[in-house]
Design a protein around this ligand. Structure first.
Ligand code: ADP
Ligand code: SF4
Length: 688
């Protein structure tokens, strides 16, 4: 039963000629699959349709071959040949009554055209603006180019209609879409009727919307995704200018989709941005227009959603990440299952799928992008196989996810944890600065396990091989995690680093277990994800003077893939951390570390009182190997399988651990597929 407090979230809403069944609006989001894996992307949207979203959008779709963003893998609609794959996605979106939307992107100053080799077109001739500073410049569009672009939008719009979409979103946010490039004085320095005044800078979007309305507007709603504040200095399209723009063009699109100026701002991780972080930038805009408004803010709380509607900030609740972490978010609110919501933790691992051209992953929802490939559904699992029970050793993210899914499948599950607290690394890391939301990985799973009669949790039970053999569970899953290395081995040093025993050396585990450092601490970060930066922050908060040394060209280099890197650098610099890039630590002496330049090996001395080594981790796999050594005894004790998963097999981010736990649980008692590929893969058909 829907709680009456949340009923207004389920009111149908008109968007131009079409009506959404409720206010849950999955805004466009990338997934790493795109045109390379169209069925995987389509099936991912299908699951959201089933989960109750009222509006579901594609990722950004390159609408003409003169503007593309290789190496990033989104959708393509360059010719009629592309229609079937996007039509498949539209069909999946509409299966349960949602409106199907497609986002059309002409990337302008953001499109380097590395694949098509076309000359990029932009309002003003400037270097291409991408994450990778490609050595490519755009040509300024002349009037004929603008007429062409208008025609290309109409052609693309007609193709979207043929494909079965209900909504078209014109992209003008995040710095990625041409409409923002025309609106912004930074990227539009034209002196003709398309440049100068705000009226002129908004001419292109007015023309394109009018053209599309004539061509497809009888049956399709037109939305405009526009930047809330470009945040690139005084020339950028500001929030005040956005308000002037909307006031001037009150009823231009059928819906205003308001998103922040850069993607980093818009998809801010929980480390730097709270839920509803864009509220102040959106508040009051609704009074400037008669059209409905959608906005995002990593919404996971139905109370916050209701407040957004009641206070007139938004008409639709826009979600990307919360819809990835829990595709059934609307259905759970509708059915009064609030406690079952798998809340997004704001880690941005999902974004790394796009940034690395890998396949999308989600820390909270390991089934994401595996709906087609492995047939995984986020809510349903297949029934138990031939065996009955499983002992899981270790309650980190891998063990917890394995326990959750195995118990759902109907196995009797025993979860043993050496410590008194459940959660493994997550329970330690959630206490670090900015990472409290990550605790949801444990909270969600512990709640689910608490609902199941077939799960026993044993705390404070540090098991050895003898005990496990005595218990005689049919299946044993070893998820005993990893510990940080104390010898500096990672990438710079593949064998132990020279360390003088008189220098106090700490590891992340020491700090997480409460050890304190004093004075000047050198953080040597050869891990390159979040841990080095987070612990530098912690040490400053504890009163230390901190120098972070890394062989990488950026602090927390890999966090560029989670759109956090620049915020991490700014935070550390703002806290007074001295940042030393492109230098390693060659040796640790009693009173100082010897640093070396990554390029020239030139040495330097850095006096300090302690060193924190954030390098790599050691799998805690002894228990597994002890069991393997006694394999001859398994059969008599009733043990059929022993498996090693998660960080205990090979350390990685938390998302890798939840995936490993999920996969173990799904594949238990499954037929042996031998050397076959463990997932379905789509292969491009050869042309004649
Ligand atoms: P992962 O990320 O792979 O889930 P974690 O390091 O987060 O791994 O969690 C591993 C958990 O396993 C830790 O909480 C640890 O205390 C527990 N553990 C390790 N060895 C044993 C053991 N022999 N018996 C029971 N629990 C163990
Ligand atoms: Fe949220 Fe992290 Fe999942 Fe992305 S990967 S949806 S940020 S939990």
């Amino acid at each position: 039963m829907t709680d009456p407090r949340y009923a207004l979230l389920f009111e149908p809403q008109r968007i131009g000629p079409v009506t959404a069944p409720n206010r849950f609006y999955q805004v466009p989001h990338c997934n790493g699959g795109g045109y390379r894996d169209p069925s995987a992307a389509a099936e991912m949207r299908a699951v959201k349709a089933e989960g109750g979203w009222g509006v579901i959008f594609t990722e950004q779709t390159e609408m003409h071959h003169t503007s593309e963003i290789t190496p990033f893998i989104e959708l393509r609609l360059w010719e009629d040949q592309d229609i079937p794959s996007i039509a498949k996605m539209a069909g999946r979106m509409k299966r349960h009554g949602a409106l199907a939307g497609i986002q059309l992107a002409y990337s302008g100053i953001n499109g380097p055209n590395l694949y098509t080799k076309e000359v990029p077109l932009a309002p003003t001739a400037l270097p291409i603006r991408t994450f990778t500073n490609d050595p490519v410049q755009a040509r300024a569009m002349d009037r004929q180019d603008i007429r062409n672009l208008r025609r290309w939008f109409v052609t693309a719009g007609r193709r979207c209609k043929v494909a079965g979409f209900d909504l078209i979103c014109l992209y003008g946010a995040h710095g990625f879409g041409i409409f923002q490039h025309f609106l912004s004085r930074a990227t539009n320095q034209r002196s003709d009727e398309y440049g100068g005044s705000l009226e002129n800078r908004s001419r292109l979007v007015r023309e394109v919307i009018a053209d599309l309305r004539d061509a497809v507007g009888d049956t399709m709603g037109l939305t405009l995704r526009v930047s809330l504040d470009e945040t690139i200095g005084t020339l950028g399209f500001s929030n005040a200018e956005l308000r002037d723009f909307i006031e001037m063009n009150r009823d231009l699109p059928d819906l205003w989709d308001l998103a922040h100026g850069t993607w980093q701002d818009c998809s801010g991780p929980s480390r730097f941005k709270d839920e509803a972080a864009q509220e102040e930038l959106v508040r009051g805009i609704r009074e400037l227009t008669s059209r409905p408004i959608v906005g995002v803010g990593r919404f996971t709380s139905p109370d916050v959603m209701v407040r957004m509607i009641r206070q007139g900030v938004l008409d639709f609740i826009g979600c990307a990440r919360p819809s990835i972490a829990d595709p059934f978010l609307p259905a759970k609110i509708r059915d009064g299952r609030i406690e079952d919501i798998r809340e997004c933790i704001g880690c941005n691992i999902c974004i790394s799928g796009d940034m690395t051209q890998g396949m999308g992953r989600c820390t909270q929802n390991p089934t994401w992008m595996e709906e087609f490939r492995r047939g995984w559904h986020p809510e349903r699992v297949q029934a138990r196989g031939s065996s009955q029970n499983v002992l899981i050793v270790g309650s980190g993210p891998a063990g917890l996810e394995a326990a959750r899914v195995l118990s759902q499948r109907g196995y009797d599950v025993a979860l043993a944890e050496a410590r008194d607290e459940i959660g493994g690394r997550v329970t330690r890391e959630r206490a670090l600065p900015g990472l409290s939301a990550w605790g949801r990985v444990v909270d969600y799973r512990l709640h689910q396990l608490g609902q199941r009669p077939n799960v026993e949790i044993y705390r404070g039970s540090d098991l050895d091989a003898g005990q496990i053999l005595d218990f005689g569970f049919q299946n044993v899953c070893i998820a005993t995690g990893s510990i940080w290395r104390r010898d500096g081995v990672a990438r710079q040093h593949v064998v132990p680093l020279p360390i003088d025993p008189d220098m106090p050396v700490l590891t992340p585990d020491d700090l997480m277990h409460g050890a304190r450092a004093r004075g000047h601490v050198v953080v040597f970060d050869d891990d390159h994800y979040y841990m080095g930066g987070v612990l530098a922050e912690l040490l400053v908060l504890q009163g230390c003077t901190v120098t972070l040394v890394t062989p990488a060209p950026h602090v927390s280099d890999w966090a560029r893939n989670t759109l956090e890197q620049s915020a991490i650098h700014a935070r550390l610099a703002g806290m007074g951390v001295a940042i030393v890039l492109n230098r390693g630590v060659a040796a640790i002496h009693a009173t100082h570390v010897e640093t070396n330049c990554t390029y020239t090996d030139r040495r330097d001395r850095l006096d300090c009182d302690a060193v924190l080594l954030v390098t790599s981790r050691l799998s805690q796999d002894r228990l597994f190997h002890d069991l393997v050594a006694r394999q001859a005894e398994w059969r008599d004790r009733g043990i059929a399988t022993v498996r090693l998963i998660g960080d205990a097999a090979a350390p990685g981010p938390i998302a890798w651990a939840t995936f490993a736990g999920h996969r173990y649980a799904r594949e238990l008692d499954a037929p042996d597929i031998g050397d076959a590929l463990p997932f379905r893969r789509e292969v491009t058909a050869l042309a004649d």
